[in-house]
Design a protein around this ligand. Structure first.
Ligand SMILES: Nc1ncnc2c1ncn2[C@@H]1O[C@H](COP(=O)(O)OP(=O)(O)OP(=O)(O)O)[C@@H](O)[C@H]1O
Ligand SMILES: [Mg+2]
Length: 360
């Protein structure tokens, strides 16, 4: 799977961009604040439906303009595909796959698979549970639109349940709460099951990468933390038992929307006990695992997006990463052209300056 054309109109600082990326390494270089990350962001958005820098849709529109367009063409199994996202202020986002309008975002997911490496990745380790849920949810969604729809359903149910909890005073809404709790029970069970399965698979790769990256000195483990438990009985019981507390707090406190996972290096929670280096290695191993999972589940090697990450890695980790990407389509951003001389023959250079890209 690879991208052959990227077209942007009024996206971030791009007024009108058209480039034809090459099959191997595409190095986007230029000074700070010129549009390197914006370009990576547009590809990621076309792949997952979301920006990797969690923001509002309006922020993606070029200042002073009324809407943006992202158009990406590529080839998958020798067959061309195209993806188009068009957004106009105040309107619903329009998505076209191979020129045809689709009604659901979920239909777009999986057409183009990407794995992004960016400085923000460290937040998966350092920040709260929502960053980790985002990681696992995007990973599973890229391989299964069914899962993506389940997440949407979960969010709908929680919203409805919260609305009831806000109004709940005496016993008059108990039946309605029961209805939502039953729905929550089913969907929670399915989402938790899927996340656990994926994390187990991620852990297998993760542990291998951790061992390789630490010269066999370290082991890696990943454990899912469920606020409701894992079996149907546990989930049912916990939803039921906690309802008083939820009524008091006027919101849904327990469910997959509150869950988390913990990463252990040598049996210690890397968030609290890991060194900077161990945390960075963990992120790298997690991302490399993501590539493996997507490859396994979809049969396609994802397009890699490396946003300014090389400068953050030491020599051995950088070598490890470049060795894993050398054969696939990769977009790399950097402020320096010279850092990448080691794979010159495979690299196409693009210079970015104030939203203008020139192939060099
Ligand atoms: N909606 C928007 N409209 C116009 N310009 C925007 C918009 N959003 C961001 N920008 C501009 O885009 C530029 C930042 O682009 P980007 O993040 O891609 O920089 P970069 O080349 O990756 O820089 P760095 O090397 O610092 O990471 C900034 O100048 C910012 O003001
Ligand atoms: Mg940047």
């Amino acid at each position: 799977m690879f991208i052959t054309e990227i077209q942007l109109k009024n996206f971030r600082n791009y007024h009108d961009l058209l480039i034809y990326p090459q099959k191997d390494i595409n190095l986007i270089y230029g000074k700070n604040a010129q549009g390197k990350t914006n370009l990576i962001e547009s590809v990621y958005l076309a792949s997952t439906g979301r920006s990797h820098r969690a923001i509002k849709e309006n922020q993606l529109i070029k200042e002073g303009e009324n809407g943006y367009l992202i158009k990406i063409k590529g080839i998958k199994d020798d067959i061309p595909f195209s993806l188009e996202i068009k957004y106009i202020k105040g309107e619903k986002r329009q998505i076209k796959i191979n020129g045809l309008l689709v009604s659901k975002l979920g239909e777009m997911i999986g057409v183009l698979n990407t794995v992004i490496f960016s400085p923000e990745d460290l937040q998966i380790i350092k920040q709260g549970p929502s960053e980790r849920r985002r990681f696992i949810d995007i990973l599973i969604s890229q391989t299964s639109s069914t899962y993506f729809y389940k997440l949407q359903k979960l969010n709908r149910i929680i919203k409805q349940k919260n609305a009831v909890l806000k109004k709940y005073q005496h016993k008059e809404l108990t039946d309605l709460l029961d209805v939502y709790n039953n729905k929550l029970e089913d969907i929670s069970y399915e989402i938790i099951k899927e996340r656990v399965k994926f994390l187990e698979e991620t852990e297998k790769h993760f542990n291998i990468f951790i061992k390789k990256l630490s010269n066999n000195n370290e082991t890696g483990e990943i454990k899912y933390i469920s606020s409701l438990g894992f079996t149907r009985e546990e989930i049912k019981k916990n939803i039921h038992n906690n309802i008083k507390n939820e009524i008091k707090n006027k919101m849904t406190l327990y469910g997959p929307h509150r869950d988390d996972f913990t990463i252990f290096i040598n049996d210690k929670d890397v968030k609290f006990f890991g060194s900077q280096g161990q945390q960075r290695t963990s992120v790298l191993a997690l991302k490399l695992s993501e590539i493996e999972i997507i490859k396994e589940k979809t049969g396609y090697f994802p397009v890699l997006l490396l946003d300014d990450v090389m400068s953050e890695l030491d020599l051995s980790r950088r070598k490890f990463l470049t060795e894993s990407i050398l054969t696939r389509q990769t977009f790399i951003t950097s402020t320096e052209k010279k850092n990448y001389s080691q794979f010159l023959d495979k690299t196409t250079f693009y210079h970015v300056s104030q939203g203008i890209v020139e192939q060099r």
